[in-house]
Design a protein around this ligand. Structure first.
Ligand code: ADP
Ligand code: MG
Length: 726
């Protein structure tokens, strides 16, 4: 099929699509019954395990210790029985390699027996430890120097679940993936380690408020933005298929200027797809809560209710997998890329972050008593200090080739890390720091003695220009990219909070805190010191504005614009020492991560630049030349009958074709040079300075041609078609 014919076929297939078929009998399967139906949850375990085994397992989950072998055998047996009842034939250790994707190795439960039969087997040993062939996963050199082998170890704090397929079902066991030396090869291991460190440091602070004892866990709720486009268009765009973003394409005549998509009615096919995706998530015990249209046409959001950080991280991976899997059933493709369409809003994944315990409650909740307020202010001050001190790290953990297109693109938070407190909380900090009275009150606010003035819970959108916004009882990290795992950002937040709480605890431990008023004074000191040193990072204005960029520069805040600038932060001594000190990642593990992420950046752009060259040569150039030829023929014909016309259009086309050829040849040359870069770091910089700008230049010519070449010759589905036809 010619390019244009496939475009027409794509449009026809969408236009002629019948009504959405019912996928399941709703009434037979009420949501209340579906909830967690495929999860081997604590409740399920309490029902199916002997009391002593359940108690031992529960203790392991709560304290994060090691599972003893007899417990493991009993759990495995119960889990197997449960899984077989649910139709499972296989089990899989699921792990989270540094690619940010989800990986699994499936094994059958069934072993042949000597009498020609078969028996379902699953031991404790198999449950708690697996040995996938991990050699094809990136390790940044960690395994190369030792042994290629890696092990998967069950994360008892994240429940096992069943993934259904029309032809079978698999018991999935969430695991950490480590080398035989115990070094982390994955995204989960540092999440678990950083949760431990955060807890340890939080306990030291909470002791002063009588709230220590119960495990303090970070909580995370990630709002996932994504695009849905018709499958037919997707398969007519080699760039979308291979790079997950369009490398060419004019902005549509009608864009998002009317804001008519945001919170608008959801198209029926899309809604049907969402319903099914949510049902699947419900079965997996994932509390999908809100859904709505996003700013851009064809863009949507799904947000689950928050959970403990490590569970939320696993569930977020499942949300991405499920959205993509279910979308295909409805003839749609779910695009998780941060910037699939230039000039159209990109997609992020707001990471809502808080921390708390059964005893202390949510630590970012201001509370109603003077004591609760004092505790809240310490945790908030710790956060402000953490974001100020570790801003470059926070930028580095959201760095990727794809997120670079979104950050700072006038729609997403800039690459400058700042923190939004809101007017009320800002005033509280400012007044305490300056020893001034608060407007609404008589006299000076005394920490630990007075109650704070009310601090409203912001509906997020009021401050969507801030990369880190306080929203009343949590912080929202908005720079996270839509396609990335939240593990990296969560590990960073946990760890920098641990470091800041360590700082606060040290002050409290030295101070006289024998009475509430004295404790209040010590807290005041923390606030004053933090505000003096770190309030530069607080910004409550419009983060998209040019004025803020200038202001931030004046304040000396770092602005690491691209991944090439940000990723090297991961291997700076400050950062490697931080992670080492809090037992999250060793220096070797950190450096290996830098290498993997930098290689990913290089590989991503490499695929894109290959695509640019191929698409220009085989799709764009031929279309332009055909059109040029049509124009030339027409001009010659006119001339032969004595009609003189101007040459404007053919001159423009000819000029663009020439520029296209030259710039593409230049890109080929640059790519030849690229590989002589002396180091990974230099290679990334070369991509930033040479390759990407050249790709953008080429795009400029292609997009201009799209505006001239006859529509029936244009080979690629247009933005208009992809974003609006559903
Ligand atoms: P908005 O669009 O205003 O940011 P949403 O309802 O779309 O709000 O998303 C808010 C997210 O924040 C949800 O995932 C919610 O569960 C999460 N959240 C709420 N409280 C907390 C908390 N204490 N810790 C972590 N996440 C939280
Ligand atoms: Mg939000």
């Amino acid at each position: 099929m010619s390019g244009h014919a496939s475009r027409v076929a794509a449009i026809e297939s969408v236009a002629n699509m019948g009504p959405v078929e019912t996928q399941f009998p709703f009434k037979d399967e009420p949501t209340s019954k579906l909830w967690g139906a495929n999860v081997f949850s604590l409740t399920m375990m309490s029902q199916r395990l002997p009391k002593s085994v359940y108690k031992s397992l529960k203790q392991t989950i709560e304290t994060g210790g090691k599972l003893d072998p007899t417990t493991a055998d009993a759990v495995a047996e119960a889990m197997k029985t449960w899984a077989l009842e649910h139709g499972a034939t296989h089990y899989a250790h699921v792990f989270y390699p540094l690619t940010g994707l989800t990986a699994e190795k499936h094994d059958s439960f069934f072993d042949p027996t000597s009498d020609g039969g078969t028996i379902a087997q699953f031991s404790g040993g198999t449950l708690i430890q697996g040995e996938p062939d991990g050699s094809s996963f990136p390790s940044g050199g960690i395994r190369a120097t030792f042994e290629a082998r890696g092990y998967t170890i069950w994360d008892v704090t994240s429940p096992a679940y069943i993934m259904q397929n029309p032809n079978g079902a698999t018991l999935c066991i969430p695991t950490a993936f480590v080398s035989w030396t115990g070094e982390a090869l994955d995204k989960k291991t540092p999440v678990l380690r950083s949760m431990q460190s955060l807890n340890e440091q939080a306990q030291r602070v909470l002791k002063f408020f009588g709230n220590d004892g119960a495990f303090v866990s970070s909580t995370a709720g990630a709002e996932q933005e994504y695009f849905l486009i018709d499958k037919s268009f997707y398969y007519s765009r080699p760039d979308l298929m291979a790079a997950k973003r369009t490398l060419f394409g004019c902005p549509p005549p009608k864009g998002q200027e009317f804001d008519d998509h945001y919170f608008g009615a959801i198209p029926e096919r899309v809604l049907a797809c969402m319903f099914e995706a949510e049902r699947e998530l419900f079965k997996l015990g994932i509390p999908a809560k809100t859904r709505h249209n996003e700013v851009a046409p064809g863009q949507f959001e799904i947000a689950p209710v928050f959970e403990f950080g490590n569970v939320a991280t696993d569930h977020q991976q499942l949300i991405m997998v499920t959205l993509q899997r279910v979308a295909e059933k409805y003839g749609l493709i779910c695009l998780l890329h941060e910037k699939p369409f230039a000039g159209v809003n990109g997609s992020g994944k707001h990471l809502n972050f808080s921390m708390g315990s059964a005893k202390a409650g949510n630590l970012f909740d201001p509370g109603d008593t003077p004591a609760e307020n004092a505790q809240f202010l310490v945790f908030c001050a710790a956060m402000i200090r953490a974001v100020y001190t570790w801003a470059p790290l926070l930028r580095a953990v959201v760095a990727s080739a794809s997120n670079d297109h979104r950050l700072g693109a006038n729609e997403a938070p800039p690459a400058i890390l700042s923190i939004f407190l809101g007017a009320e909380l800002n005033e509280v900090f400012e007044s305490i720091a300056a020893g001034k009275s608060i407007k609404s009150k008589k006299g000076t606010l005394s920490v630990g003695v007075d109650v704070l003035p009310p601090i409203p819970k912001h509906s997020g959108d009021r401050n969507r220009t801030s990369p880190m916004a306080f929203t009343g009882n949590r912080f929202e990290f908005r720079a996270v990219g839509s396609s990335q795992s939240i593990a990296g950002p969560l590990v960073a937040m946990n760890t920098i909070m641990a470091e800041s709480l360590d700082y606060c605890a040290a002050i409290l431990e030295k101070a006289d805190t024998s009475t509430p008023a004295k404790l209040g004074k010590a807290v005041e000191k923390i606030i004053k010191d933090v505000w003096k040193e770190c309030s530069k990072v607080v910004f409550n204005g419009d983060g998209y504005s040019e004025a803020w960029h200038k202001e931030a520069e004046k304040r000396g805040l770092p602005n690491l614009k691209t991944s090439a600038d940000a990723l090297p932060v991961l291997k700076t001594p400050d950062v490697t020492n931080l992670f080492k000190k809090f037992n999250v990642l060793s220096k070797r593990e950190m450096v290996s991560r830098y290498e993997v992420y930098a290689e990913q950046y290089i590989a991503t752009v490499n695929v894109e630049s290959n695509l640019v060259i191929e698409m220009v040569r085989t799709l764009i150039f031929p279309a332009a030349v055909r059109y040029q030829n049509e124009l030339a023929t027409s001009l010659a014909n006119l001339k032969s009958i004595g009609v003189e016309t101007d040459h404007n259009t053919i001159d423009i086309i000819t000029g663009l074709i020439k520029s296209l050829q030259d710039s593409t040849a230049e890109l080929v040359e640059l790519k030849d040079k690229e590989h002589s870069a002396k180091s990974v770091e230099k290679h990334c910089e070369f991509i930033r300075d040479e390759i990407l700008p050249k790709m953008l230049e080429i795009r400029g010519y292609v997009d201009q041609l799209e505006g001239y070449v006859a529509d029936d010759l244009w080979p690629l589905p247009t933005y208009q078609e992809m974003l609006f036809i559903k």
